[in-house]
Design a protein around this ligand. Structure first.
Ligand SMILES: Cc1cc2nc3c(=O)[nH]c(=O)nc-3n(C[C@H](O)[C@H](O)[C@H](O)COP(=O)(O)O)c2cc1C
Length: 184
């Protein structure tokens, strides 16, 4: 299957058809192109709807599946918080989590999402099989005709939270995000 067809096969079709509007909407081409490019990138990317409660995923790329172990056909339509599911995590991993810091990062994220601002946090997440990882999460709101419509996120799995490491990944994310428009 070619990359564009693969992208299209993995998104929320109702939402996508609404966006595409049979070519009337200028955003359509942009989203189509973004999904096609995202599919091939070695970076985890997802897009959520900001028009719906809890920001359900409308598209996640192949790399998101790879890092998380979740299949997109099961996850599209759900909010990304499934990555915080600790059901299968080991006790040892759970002991190492700084709960206060996680809460602080999540509060920043919630606040930025509600204020329609870009956000940059580090969360402790878990794969579908319960393996823990540090997720440097970058998100950017996208406005459609001035309306808060989508949030694009990139997830980098980082080996540690050292300042130097974090800085490298933040710069990478910034370079990519700077390529995206704020509004369409
Ligand atoms: C586009 C997008 C991507 C997200 N990616 C992640 C992620 O990779 N890991 C994570 O733990 N939360 C992620 N979140 C945050 C959760 O989906 C959710 O917004 C957060 O847990 C706060 O919601 P709550 O108040 O229901 O807990 C993402 C949110 C959005 C909008």
């Amino acid at each position: 299957m070619d990359p564009v067809s693969r992208s299209l096969a993995s998104i929320d079709i109702n939402e996508f058809e609404r966006i595409i509007g049979y070519g009337k909407n200028p955003f359509s081409n942009w989203l189509y192109t973004l999904c096609a490019c995202a599919e091939l990138l070695p970076i985890s990317i997802c897009i959520s709807s900001a028009r719906k409660r809890k920001f359900p995923i409308i598209y996640m790329n192949q790399m998101f599946e790879t890092i998380s172990g979740y299949k997109r056909q099961d996850m599209v339509g759900k909010p990304c918080s499934f990555l915080q599911d600790i059901t299968d995590a080991s006790e040892e991993d759970l002991k190492s989590v700084d709960i206060k810091e996680e809460k602080r990062q999540l509060d920043i994220l919630r606040d930025d999402l509600s204020k329609q601002k870009p956000t940059n946090v580090i969360l402790t997440n878990f794969t579908a099989t319960g393996e823990m990882f540090y997720n440097l999460l970058n998100m950017k709101p996208i406005f459609e005709n001035g309306e808060y419509a989508y949030v694009i996120a990139m997830q980098y799995v980082i080996p540690n939270k050292d300042e130097e490491t974090v800085d490298i990944y933040r710069k990478k994310a910034k370079t990519l995000f700077d390529l995206l428009p704020d509004g369409v």
